[in-house]
Design a protein around this ligand. Structure first.
Ligand code: ADP
Ligand code: MG
Length: 855
């Protein structure tokens, strides 16, 4: 195939950027060819055309105009793609042969800096993952828009990596091509992250200052991988990055990924949006910085009581001083995104408008300090002290920059008069020249008697004197030199005018150049203060999150919890999200008690009665408490938990759907292997993914394991009523149930938690509520009745029977009159199908029957 030299150039460059769309600059367009073109035309909904590549080859092509390229780039980046921007790097006129072209930047989801491509209230992480021979992994998070990096060492194997990564706002992950294939797959399949490769991890001298907090060679290597990648793709220096911080994972409450997902901390399972999540309820931050910080806090609740109490103190102070809180919120509204402004200053892509926003934000600091000092709470007054007013910076910006500067930084009108002597001189020269020209116009009008004579200016001809054709007869011959003829007028110049013009233009050019130089100097001065700005941003974010906690605590009547390791007690607790989406205070509050006598609560109750809600409300209350927010109840004594594990039975796990029983068991194993006596475990109908006896046996064995060996606080919901007998054998297990009542043949959910086991499962009633045909419901009703009455079950029915075991043998049989109870006992005994039972089941059943017989 005969290729044009340009096509050859294209193919050569494309070969180096296989995983990106190559935006190939041709005149005023970025063009794409071949598969890129076909693919991009589809993604961007633009027309696919053809380019003649020679005789028989015609090449698929599509293109986007240079001036509107950023929208198209954003579109592709949002979809997780990368775009390589290939520019002409020599003047086409000067070029011999094909114009030289180079990729000047690789735009990727993790490296975008443009405000319109970033989510305002979320971080935009580019992360890297490295694995080491000792089985450890290192994750580096970096938000380029802020210049912030943090590094975490993971020693708990690949699983722990996935748990850590889950739900982080990672847009792109840089890995080694040697990371095992299954791990790579998990990244893009499970976590839906764009993956990039960087194998070379050379440490360069310029990385040294960025690594000053990294005390482990693995951390340095992992960070180098990311830095290498950023340098290769962004083709610019890294001096806008701040030294990396180490995240000590042990320092925070750890949430496994199932908890992060199932508890819907920052997004809902179904719609993947913030609406309906805990973040949605809690986020009353005024600034985007506050929202971002809250998300981080939700991801890493605290473990140290003292730190939590300090947050509570501040929230309490804000709660009581509501007048000052309003003033504070008002002041925060004028604070722009200091973190991202600082990031852009550092990165070198700020304009004067950004610096004005910075100035306006910093000018608010004294007011914030004053307001914070008005609160009757030392911890809030201390925050005021932490906000140090960068007076020097503010006065620099006030004295130097116009309040309403243009977007461009190269066309002047940025710097104030009086800021710089030389600039003032140039401006004066230009002003004087213009004054002279204005006077010239007056003088010429008078002398020629042409009232409409005017002096004008354009870029091509400079200053000129214009006389309309109608007035030409009034103009003395040779008064001026003719320059240009228009339809209605003639334009003239004079040597004097050109002389002044030269002066003016020179002064203006010099002044614009100088303004640009001065702007860069100011920017550099701001740059030196970045750590200060970042610290301010951090304190402002904290203040913002905590005032938001006060707002939400007031609106929803949350209370300040107390901590104690020997008793967890929540009085009239509510689910913070469910109560918000329900109308008219319909949410029924419930107590939760887990004390020294109780490690495990086993909840039974019909479907839809509120078991899952009750369990989640406990976990959410715990998390809210450990991030320093008040909690949704009347009174709370909470335990500080080190980890939370959540397992959902396969049938309830609507989202991953395909979640097999194997996965469910792997997940359960994860909890059992990692939980400590200070952990909280929620097991929601575990064991549903397999046959009854299997599921029940496993559920029981898991409960026993937790009870006898782990001692973690656990809430376990189940539809296996058989398990309620465990209360007899396990001291620290307590039965509770959700009350439901039957009223006129319908089940009424009261959503009230009571002690003891539930006595019915109301399955058929729930089916009725769900709208199953009434004929079917009637049929189910009569089958149930038969089953309950039948003295003997036919062997082939035994399997089915077991499903109804819960209806057939209410556990709280002890209260029944003894005659009836004996009949029932005999029936139960007859109905046991020994061939279907595991020895453990048989043992349990025998135990249960004996207990009934004794009663
Ligand atoms: P289960 O897990 O027992 O099947 P869920 O916890 O999923 O039940 O609750 C089912 C529905 O009942 C929830 O969607 C909610 O609307 C309602 N509900 C749950 N708990 C309460 C409560 N305490 N007060 C009011 N409504 C509740
Ligand atoms: Mg449930």
């Amino acid at each position: 195939m005969a290729k044009t030299p340009m096509m050859e150039q294209y193919l050569k460059i494309k070969a180096e950027h296989k995983d990106a769309f190559l935006f190939f600059r041709l005149g005023d367009f970025y063009e794409m060819f071949f598969d890129d073109a076909i693919h991009a035309a589809r993604e961007l909904e633009i027309t696919l055309t053809k380019r003649d590549g020679g005789k028989e080859d015609s090449v698929p092509m599509c293109g986007v105009p240079y001036h509107s390229a950023s929208n198209y780039i954003k579109n592709l980046i949002d979809k997780g793609y990368k775009v390589a921007i290939c520019e002409q790097v020599e003047d086409p006129k000067a070029a011999k042969g094909v114009v030289k072209r180079e990729v000047v930047q690789l735009v990727t989801p993790g490296t975008v800096m443009e405000t319109n491509m970033l989510e305002e209230r979320d971080h935009n992480y580019i992360a890297s993952l490295s694995h080491f021979h000792d089985g450890s992994y290192v994750i580096v998070y970096n938000d380029l828009s802020i210049g912030e990096s943090s590094v975490a060492l993971i020693s708990g194997g690949w699983d722990a990596v996935l748990h850590e990564l889950y739900n982080q706002p990672i847009k792109e992950m840089v890995i080694s091509s040697e990371l095992p294939e299954t791990c790579q797959q998990a990244l893009y399949e499970k976590l839906n992250i764009t993956v990039s490769f960087q194998d070379e991890i050379t440490f360069k001298a310029e990385y040294r200052p960025l690594c000053e907090n990294l005390n482990d060679e693995r951390l340095v290597q992992a960070f180098s991988r990311l830095l290498n990648y950023i340098q290769n793709t962004q083709k610019r220096s890294l001096d806008h990055l701040q030294p990396a911080n180490v995240i000590e994972l042990d320092y925070y409450l750890s949430l496994d990924m199932y908890s992060k997902r199932n508890l819907e901390l920052t997004e809902t399972i179904m719609k993947k949006g913030k609406h309906g999540s805990l973040l949605w309820v809690l986020d009353h931050s005024v600034t985007a910085m506050g929202s971002r910080m809250l998300k981080k806090w939700l991801d890493r609740p605290l473990l140290k009581q003292q730190e939590i109490e300090e947050r509570f103190d501040v929230v309490e102070g804000f709660l009581h001083g509501f007048m000052d809180r309003d003033a504070l919120r008002e002041a925060l509204k004028s604070v722009y995104d200091l973190e991202r402004l600082a990031g852009r200053v550092a990165y070198g892509n700020v304009n004067a408008r950004d610096l004005i926003q910075l100035k306006q934000s910093l000018e608010k600091i004294p007011e914030l300090k004053t307001i914070l000092n008005q609160f009757d709470q030392v911890k809030i007054n201390e925050l005021s002290r932490d906000l140090s007013y960068p007076e020097y910076l503010v006065s620099l910006l006030v004295s130097s920059l116009h309040d309403d500067p243009p977007v461009s930084i190269t066309e002047g009108s940025i710097i104030k008069d009086g800021y710089h002597e030389k600039l003032d001189k140039y401006r004066e020269a230009s002003r004087n020249g213009k004054q002279w020209i204005a006077e010239l116009e007056q003088k010429e009008r008078q002398e020629t008697g042409i009232k409409s004579l005017k002096v004008g200016f354009n870029r091509v001809f400079g200053y000129y004197i214009e006389v309309t054709k109608a007035n030409l007869h009034l103009l003395p011959e040779d008064r001026y030199e003719r320059k240009q003829t228009l339809t209605n007028a003639e334009r003239y110049i004079t040597p004097e005018l050109k002389e002044k013009e030269q002066l003016i233009l020179e002064a203006e050019e010099k002044s614009v150049d100088l303004e640009y130089q001065l702007f860069l100097e100011i920017r550099d001065q701001v740059k030196e203060r970045i750590p200060e700005i970042q610290y301010l941003a951090e304190v402002v974010s904290q203040i913002d999150v905590l005032q938001g906690f006060a707002v939400v605590s007031e609106a929803n009547q949350y209370t300040r919890p107390h901590f104690s390791q020997d008793k967890l007690f929540i009085k009239n607790g509510r689910h913070p999200v469910v109560e918000r989406v329900m109308k008219d205070d319909a949410f029924v509050p419930n107590d939760i008690v887990l004390d020294q006598e109780t490690d495990i609560l086993l909840i039974t109750g019909p479907n839809m009665s509120g078991k899952s809600t009750y369990m989640r409300q406990l976990a959410l209350t715990v998390i809210m408490g450990q991030i320093g927010c008040f909690v949704p109840c009347e009174e709370a004594r909470l335990q500080l938990f080190d980890q939370i594990f959540t397992r959902i039975g396969a049938a309830d796990d609507l989202v991953s759907g395909q979640s097999t029983f194997m996965v469910e068991m792997l997940e359960a194993n994860h909890a059992l292997a990692n939980a400590t006596e200070n952990s909280l475990i929620l097991l929601d109908e575990i064991g549903r993914g397999t046959s009854t006896y299997d599921g029940m046996a496993l559920a029981q064995a898991i409960v026993e394991q937790i009870h006898n060996h782990i001692h973690a606080k656990t809430v376990f919901s189940t539809h296996y009523h058989e398990l309620t007998t465990l209360e007899n054998s396990l001291d620290k297990l307590k039965n509770i149930h959700v009350r439901a009542e039957e009223y006129e043949g319908k089940v009424v959910f009261l959503h009230q938690i009571k002690d003891g086991a539930a006595d019915q499962s109301y399955g058929i009633h729930v089916a009725k509520l769900a709208g199953l045909p009434s004929s079917l419901i009637d049929r189910a009703g009569s089958i149930l009745e038969q089953l309950e009455k039948s003295d003997q079950s036919r062997p082939e029915e035994a399997g089915q029977l077991s499903f109804f075991a819960e209806e057939k043998s209410p556990v709280k049989e002890t209260k029944a009159p003894s005659g009836q109870s004996d009949n029932k006992l005999i029936n139960d005994l007859k109905n046991i199908n020994l061939f279907e039972m595991t020895p453990m089941d048989a043992m349990n059943e025998l135990y249960r029957l004996q207990k009934q017989a004794k009663a």
